[in-house]
Design a binder for this molecule. Structure first.
Ligand code: NAD
Length: 511
C-alpha cells in the first residue's frame, strides 16, 4: 500500500487538476457556490483525495442557462457535424485513457485492470458508436396515407436534458447519459454522485478539448437533495434522465411529473443467475464468481441470486465458495489485485449489515467479514456466499450492492423461472444450460431487460440496456436510446390545393 500523503498525487493529482473548481459550466471548471464542501476519499485507504465546493441552486441555474444557450446551435448542426465532433471526442479520450483509468480507480477503489480493460475502453467505444449513430437517426417513410396529403415524421431533439448518475461506474454512467443525448442534438447538464465527480469532469473537459461547443455538456456536482432536486424541477430542463436506486428514482419521478417532464429511469436490480441441471458446472461456477464480484459487486446487473437445480446444488455451493476464496483483495493500483474495496466505508458497513442480519436465518458459507492486516483501513469486504436463505428474506429480495451472492436450490424448470421472477426488479438475468429449448424458454419467460445465456455481465454499445418492472424504463446505449432523447413530429402537407376540403362538410353542412 502507498504511504499516506505522498502517493495519492502520484496516482492521480486531483487537488492540482481541480484547483479551479469541480463544476464544469459553459466549457470551464468553476467553483461551486453552495457554501458546502465535500471530500472525495480513496476508499482503499480512507485518505482524502480532493475537497471541493459543492454546487448549489445558483450553479444549476448557470449550467441550465449555458445548456439552453448552446441548444439552438448544437441542434441546428448537421448530423455529420455532430458526428465529426464525437469522433474527435473519442480520439481525445483514447489519448487520455491511462489518466481516466487512474482517476476512476482512485475515486472508486476499482482495480486498475478493471478500469483499463472495461470502464475506459467501454467509454471510448461508446463514444465512437454514437459518433456513427449520430448520422443514422431514422424515421418512418413519408407517404400519402390519407390520399390527399403527404405525411412524414421529423425526429427532433428535446432540449436541455437534466441527467443524474450514480457512483458505481461514474465514467461509464456519464457517457451513457451524455452521448445519445448530444448525438441526437440535445444539450446536457449532468449531476454525478458527490462521492465520484472526477471522471465526469474530465469527460466534459475532453469534449471541450475536442471542439464540442461550450455549454453542450455541463457538470454540476452537488448533493441529491439540493442540486439534484433543483435540476429535476428546473423549468428550463425538458427531460430528466436518472440512473440510481429505485427509492431515489421514485422521488425523482414525483418531482419530474409535477413539471410534466419526459423521464428515463435506470434503477436498481437483483439479478438472478439460473443454473439448470444440464449446465456446464465449471462454466457456471466461474461465471457466478466473476458475475457476482465484478466491480466488488457494485453493479446493477451483478449476479446476486443463484438458483441451482437440485442435482448440481451442493457441488455448485462448494466450488463457488472455494473459487471466491481464491480471489485476491488488495491495493487497486497493485498488479496482483483482483478485487478492490467498496466505494466507501459507509457502503461497506451497509453490506456487512445485510450479512449480519442474514446470520439469523441463513448460512454464511464463506466471507462475511472485512479483511484485517494491511487492508484494515480500506472499505474492503470479503467475497461472501450465503446459502439456505428463504426466498422471501431480505438478503434474497433487497439490492445489497456488494460482493455477496445468495444461492438457493430449485427442482422443476417452472420453479426456477418463477423464483427468478420473484422480486420487484427486472434489470437482467442469466440462464445456464446446454439445452437450447430450455435456455430459449428462460429468455422468453424471465422478465428482465437483458437475459444472457451461458454468460453474465457483458454489454456492448450496439445493444440496449434498461430495466423491466421496478428497475425502470427506457434504454441506455444502442440506437434504441434515441427513442428517449428525441421526440417525433408528424408533418402533414395538403396536396390538393382545394379551398373547401371534403372533411369541411362536418362544419359547413352539405352546402
Ligand atoms: P442513489 O439513488 O443513492 O443516487 C444516485 C444519484 O441520485 C446520485 O447522483 C445522488 O446524488 C442523486 N440523488 C440522491 N437523492 C436525490 C434526490 N432526492 N433528487 C435527485 N437526485 C438525488 O444511487 P447510488 O447509491 O449512487 O448508486 C447505486 C444505485 O444505482 C443502485 O441501486 C444501482 O442498482 C443503481 N444503478 C442502476 C443502473 C442501471 O443501469 N439500471 C446502473 C448503475 C447503478
Amino acid at each position: 500500500m502507498h504511504k499516506p500523503g505522498t502517493a495519492i498525487p502520484e496516482r492521480f493529482p486531483a487537488q492540482d487538476r481541480f484547483a479551479r473548481g469541480a463544476q464544469f459550466i459553459a466549457g470551464r471548471l468553476v467553483q461551486g457556490t453552495s457554501g458546502q464542501t465535500h471530500a472525495v476519499v480513496d476508499p482503499a485507504t480512507g485518505e482524502e483525495v480532493l475537497n471541493y465546493a459543492l454546487a448549489g441552486a445558483d450553479d444549476v441555474d448557470a449550467a441550465v442557462a449555458a445548456a439552453r444557450a448552446a441548444f439552438p446551435g448544437w441542434a441546428g448542426a448537421t448530423p455529420g457535424e455532430r458526428s465529426d465532433a464525437l469522433h474527435r471526442f473519442a480520439a481525445v479520450l483514447a489519448g487520455r485513457a491511462e489518466d481516466f483509468a487512474r482517476a476512476e480507480s482512485l475515486q472508486c477503489g476499482k482495480p486498475l485492470k478493471l478500469t483499463r480493460e472495461f470502464d475506459v475502453p467501454g467509454t471510448i467505444d461508446n463514444t465512437a458508436f454514437f459518433a456513427g449513430a449520430a448520422r443514422h437517426l431514422q424515421g418512418q417513410a413519408a407517404a400519402e396515407y390519407s390520399g390527399d396529403h403527404t405525411s412524414y415524421v421529423r425526429r427532433e431533439p428535446i432540449g436541455v436534458i437534466g441527467s443524474i448518475a450514480p457512483w458505481n461506474y461514474p465514467l461509464q454512467m456519464a457517457a451513457w447519459k451524455i452521448l445519445p443525448a448530444v448525438a441526437a442534438g440535445n444539450t446536457v447538464v449532468l449531476k454525478p454522485a458527490e462521492l465520484t465527480p472526477l471522471t465526469s469532469l474530465m469527460f466534459a473537459q475532453a469534449a471541450t478539448d475536442a471542439g464540442i461547443p461550450d455549454g453542450v455538456i455541463n457538470i454540476v456536482t452537488g448533493t441529491g437533495r439540493e442540486a439534484g432536486e433543483h435540476l429535476v424541477a428546473h423549468p428550463g430542463v425538458a427531460m430528466t434522465s436518472f440512473t440510481g436506486s429505485t427509492g431515489v428514482g421514485k422521488r425523482v419521478a414525483e418531482i419530474a411529473t409535477a413539471t410534466v417532464k419526459r423521464l428515463h429511469l435506470e434503477l436498481g436490480g437483483k439479478t438472478p443467475f439460473v443454473v439448470f441441471d444440464d449446465a456446464d458446472l465449471d462454466a457456471a461456477v466461474n461465471g457466478a464468481v466473476a458475475g457476482a464480484l465484478i466491480n466488488t459487486g457494485q453493479d446493477c446487473t451483478a449476479a446476486t441470486r443463484a438458483y441451482v437445480q437440485r442435482p448440481l446444488y451442493e457441488e455448485f455451493v462448494a466450488r463457488t465458495a472455494a473459487l471466491m476464496e481464491s480471489v485476491r483483495l488488495g491495493d487497486p493500483f497493485a498488479a496482483g489485485t483482483d478485487l478492490g474495496p467498496l466505494v466507501s466505508h459507509a457502503q461497506r458497513d451497509r453490506v456487512a449489515g445485510f450479512v449480519e442480519r442474514a446470520r439469523g436465518y441463513a448460512r454464511v458459507v464463506t466471507g462475511g467479514q472485512a479483511p484485517q492486516g494491511d487492508l484494515k483501513s480500506g472499505a474492503y469486504y470479503r467475497p461472501t456466499l450465503v446459502a439456505d436463505a428463504p426466498q422471501d428474506s431480505e438478503i434474497v429480495q433487497s439490492e445489497i450492492f456488494g460482493p455477496v451472492l445468495v444461492v438457493l436450490p430449485f427442482d422443476s424448470d417452472d420453479e426456477g423461472i418463477a423464483l427468478a421472477n420473484d422480486t420487484p426488479y427486472g434489470l437482467a438475468a442469466s440462464a445456464w444450460s446446454r439445452d437450447v429449448y430450455r435456455a430459449n424458454r428462460a429468455t422468453r419467460e424471465i422478465k428482465a431487460g437483458c437475459v444472457w445465456v451461458n454468460d453474465h455481465i457483458p454489454i456492448i454499445s450496439e445493444m440496449p440496456h434498461g430495466g423491466y418492472k421496478s428497475s425502470g424504463f427506457g434504454k441506455d446505449m444502442s440506437a434504441y436510446s434515441f427513442d428517449e432523447y428525441t421526440q417525433v413530429k408528424h408533418v402533414m402537407f395538403d396536396n390538393t390545393a382545394v379551398v373547401r376540403k371534403d372533411w369541411h362538410r362536418t362544419i359547413f353542412g352539405d352546402r
